[in-house]
Design a protein around this ligand. Structure first.
Ligand code: GLU
Ligand code: MG
Length: 555
């Protein structure tokens, strides 16, 4: 879940005092990287997946299932036996937000050949086996997006009571601080999000109603005024970062051959995020209740929403600089390629000074506004030992802001002085129960990138429509019932070639006629109309396109 600095975290007041310093140097660090590697090209496809896991204990006698708070020890053992013993170890392990979570990736990135696609499931199996082998009796490593009883009394092993009083990191009525990973980054993030916001985070998820659900469904919290005010009728109320960041997902990162290919893929895949999220939807349960949604997205978004009342538009702007329309964890707000420019129809809040500085330094409008938008945020954590850095050779301040903008897609510049290229990360997918399913999703997305590039496909629609799709994707059973805006003719692009994306757009067709509402079935499997069958990729659907790509790749 982002940059892990070692050291002593500063208090919120001190972190805030250094906010401009972090932003100023973060931008200088970005500029150093950009100027050093902007012309880098011919990098090859390399990619990797990230799977997040929960440690679960089964008490069969009492029929009780709990989350085991041993993530830190399990991680230590796995790293000791793995990467520290053998640099070529096939798996890598990292901490995640929950003390009951760990994250696993392949030891080395995959390349672009078909044979490597065939090793993904096997590598995921290795990870599961390896981590399972260091667990206690009756414990299992589970890939569950949302643990159904997260936040219910006694949901952890060992059990802990929540600490709603002053002094706690979450101050949650339900989620004990002991369930947060012990690395100082995580509790500090939790505390500082709450301090910055000025109150606890508030998450309200619509409850699923059957004949036994009281109507209205109302929970009362007489001892907690904040909760009493924040909880909505007919909703499941949650009040801690852990309810969101304590969920698991499945992510994929690709290395593009150049910065322009990375920008093109970033845009194209942004439109696919809601589709694949609905397809992978796996999280209907929150705080022991059945909800009326089946994706985690909005829950995590609210769980790290550090905006003040002023920034959320609830009070006039006095102490803050901007009204901000979304949480730090949300969908992207602007396309990055020239082809995307005409579809950038969301109001973008940017730091004007940073934007102008970037333009002066030779960065184009689209990339400058992207970075100036990320940098409207404050740093949420800062480590005493990491304040003064060498901007030409380090990037911690840039990463500090970048890695706490948790968006559907992430555009990732290479780390300074490394042989890594420009990358994009695909972040919306929910994790599935089995390695088979997870590897299928991952390989599908990677194949899709090959199809997009080989056939120069164009999925772009106005970003406001992608946002509407994100809302639709979270509705219960959107995968079967939902209708999503999607481009009618994805081959028409032709002009969506990576290179021509850096030239001005020529298409004169009004954007509104380029897309229509489709079901996920149509988007994925296509809709064969006899006279047009197979005549264009648009009729084959994404699945057909990927099959074409797979057979083409194997030639
Ligand atoms: N667990 C988060 C999610 O479900 C992602 C955290 C991360 O960025 O690694 O989206
Ligand atoms: Mg993660």
């Amino acid at each position: 879940m982002g940059l892990l600095s070692q050291g002593s975290p500063l208090s919120w007041e001190e972190t805030q005092r250094h906010a401009d310093h972090v932003r100023r140097h973060g931008i200088l660090q970005f500029l150093h990287i950009y100027h050093a590697v902007k012309d880098r090209h011919k990098d090859v496809l390399k990619w990797g997946d990230e799977v997040e896991y929960m440690l679960v204990s089964f008490n069969h006698e009492n029929r009780k299932v709990q989350l085991v708070l041993s993530g830190e020890d399990v991680l230590e053992t796995l790293q000791e036996k793995g990467e520290r013993t053998n640099p070529n170890h096939p798996t890598l392990w990292r901490p995640e937000y929950g003390s009951y979570m760990i994250e696993g990736t392949p030891g080395q990135p995959y390349g672009g050949t078909m044979s490597e696609f065939n090793t993904v499931e096997d590598n995921m199996r290795k990870r599961r086996k390896e981590a399972t082998s260091v667990l206690g009796e009756n414990q299992a490593l589970c890939t569950i997006t949302s643990f159904p009883r997260l936040g219910c009394p006694g949901f952890t092993l060992p059990e802990h009571k929540p600490n709603p009083k002053e002094g706690g990191a979450s101050k949650s009525l339900f989620f004990p601080d002991e369930a947060i990973n012990k690395h100082p980054r995580f509790a500090t993030l939790t505390r500082n999000i709450r301090h910055r916001r000025g109150e606890k985070v508030a998450i309200n998820v619509p409850i699923f109603k059957d004949k036994n659900t009281p109507s209205p469904f109302v929970e009362t919290f007489p001892e907690d005024e904040e909760a009493a005010n924040a909880a909505k009728p007919d909703h499941i109320y949650m009040d801690a970062m852990g309810f969101g960041m304590g969920n698991c997902c499945l992510q994929v990162t690709f290395q593009a051959c150049s910065i322009s290919e990375a920008r093109y893929l970033y845009d194209q895949l942004a439109t696919i995020c809601p589709i694949v999220m609905a397809l992978s939807a796996a999280s209907p349960f929150y705080r022991g209740y059945v909800s009326d949604i089946d994706c985690r997205w909005g829950v995590i978004s609210a769980s790290v929403d550090d905006r003040t009342r002023e920034e959320r538009g609830l009070e006039p702007l006095k102490n803050n600089r901007f009204r901000i329309s979304k949480s730090r964890y949300d969908s992207i707000d602007s396309y990055l390629s020239k082809c995307g420019e005409k579809y950038n129809d969301i109001d973008l809040t940017i730091d004007k000074e940073i934007y102008e500085q970037l333009l002066r330094e030779g960065i184009d409008h689209l990339l400058a506004q992207h970075v100036a938008h990320l940098f409207i945020r404050d740093p949420l954590t800062l480590f005493e030992e990491k304040i003064n850095l060498d901007d030409a050779n380090e990037s911690d301040h840039f990463e500090n802001i970048q890695s706490t903008n948790w968006q559907t897609m992430r555009f990732k510049p290479p780390p300074p002085n490394s042989d890594i290229g420009w990358r994009v990360e695909f972040r919306p997918m929910e994790v599935q129960l089995t390695d088979f399913e997870n590897s299928a999703y991952v390989v599908f997305v990677v194949l899709l990138t090959r199809v997009i590039l080989s056939y120069k496909l164009d999925f772009l629609i106005p970003l406001s429509k992608v946002d509407e799709n994100m809302k639709m994707a979270q509705k219960r059973d959107a995968v079967l019932q939902g209708m999503f805006y999607f481009r009618k003719d994805i081959c028409k692009g032709g002009n969506a070639v990576v290179d021509s994306c850096s030239k001005a757009q020529t298409s004169s067709e009004p954007a509104a006629e380029e897309y229509t509402l489709m079901s996920i079935d149509t988007i994925i499997n296509g809709k064969v109309q006899p006279e047009q069958a197979l005549s264009s990729m648009g009729r084959c659907g994404l699945n057909g396109a990927c099959a074409v790509s797979a057979s083409w790749q194997s030639v």
